[in-house]
Design a protein around this ligand. Structure first.
Ligand code: NAI
Length: 306
């Protein structure tokens, strides 16, 4: 299989690295910066004989080289600096997303598209409107990352191992994010039974602020290792047609009482992309929180240039 990654910056290159290391697919890195994708791809090809993977990584500035990709991942755009929210990136990144989606689609009309560029929910919606792609073949990566940050916070708090934790963070990929503690489990036991309310609130905050915490340390940009791994996880599920359920920024069409909106929800992934939005049995408070999060996405959409 062939995976194109648009944007050979921190997130794009890290995703390429992980996809190649796992031998999942040939990777084409494409960027407007001349030499950047070529140099990083060559570096990864040099790594090939160390790690003994068999897939190839190539770099290009020409969409012709991305032709007939099975998956296109879009990471092109600027990232946050300290003090910025994801929403501050909207103006610049909307222009980039518009130019990328058309060219990428022309080269790979049958691909599954994964948007990563922030603000995620708004950019994914923009790509949906611009492309006319069927909703199952267009999604965003946000919830896998957010859920992994929740899992991290739980592990740090309880001293448990990630393999024993199932964590759910959904909703807007931003400050309006929603964690589901009742569905977040360690060895099958909900964390609401393993810690008091204050501790639950603490791990939820650690998750919501996780991205900003990384930005504050780095000062020069935002996270890329966990985002890269999260992209690879989704690519693996789609190419492998695994039907795995994970938190994905998907088109919600009536599920949870939400109409026509892109936001992270539990989704089953397979070779055609989103197979279904999976509805968890939420209580009234959880449902209200999800609706509030949907409202925060709608507020962001109002800022989208026509
Ligand atoms: P970066 O600055 O390291 O890389 C971005 C790359 O995009 C640069 O190499 C740049 O030359 C390229 N680019 C700009 N315009 C382009 C165009 N028209 N066509 C092709 N390439 C173009 O930034 P980084 O850290 O890789 O972040 C990329 C985006 O991903 C940001 O918007 C960031 O906010 C977002 N992000 C999203 C996450 C999520 O969970 N959805 C997680 C982490 C980052």
């Amino acid at each position: 299989p062939k995976v194109t990654i648009v944007g050979a910056g921190n997130v794009g290159a890290t995703a390429a690295h992980i996809i190649a290391s796992k031998n999942l697919a040939d990777v084409v890195l494409i960027d407007v910066a001349e030499g950047l994708p070529q140099g990083k791809a060559l570096d990864m090809m040099h790594m090939r004989s160390v790690e003994k993977f068999t897939v190839r990584v190539t770099g290009t500035n020409d969409y012709a080289d991305t032709r007939d990709s099975d998956i296109v991942v879009i990471t092109a755009g600027i990232a946050r600096k300290p003090g910025m929210t994801r929403e501050d990136l909207l103006g610049v990144n909307a222009g980039i997303m518009k130019s990328v989606i058309g060219q990428a689609m022309e080269a790979s009309p049958n691909a599954v598209f994964i948007c990563v560029t922030n603000p995620l929910d708004v950019m994914t919606t923009l790509a949906f409107r611009e492309s006319g792609l069927p909703a199952n073949r267009l999604m965003g990566m946000g919830g896998v990352l957010d859920s992994s940050r929740l899992s991290f916070a739980v592990c740090e708090k309880l001293g448990c191992e990630p393999a024993d934790v199932v964590a759910w963070a959904v909703g807007a990929h931003g400050e309006g994010m929603v964690c589901w503690p009742r569905f977040t489990t360690v060895d099958g036991t909900p964390i609401t039974e393993l810690m008091d309310e204050a501790a639950v609130a603490e791990v939820v905050q650690r998750c919501v602020k996780g991205g900003a915490e990384v930005v504050a340390h780095l000062k020069t940009g935002s996270a890329y290792y966990a985002p890269g791994a999260s992209i690879a996880k989704m690519v693996e599920a789609i190419l492998g047609d695994t039907h795995e359920v994970m938190s994905v920024c998907a088109h919600i069409d009536g599920q949870y009482g939400i109409e026509d909106l892109y936001m992270n929800v539990p989704v089953r992934l397979g070779k055609n992309g989103v197979e279904e939005v999976v509805e968890f049995d939420l209580n009234d408070d959880e449902l209200a929180a999800l609706h509030a999060s949907a409202d925060s996405v709608r507020a962001g959409l109002a800022n989208l240039p026509e």
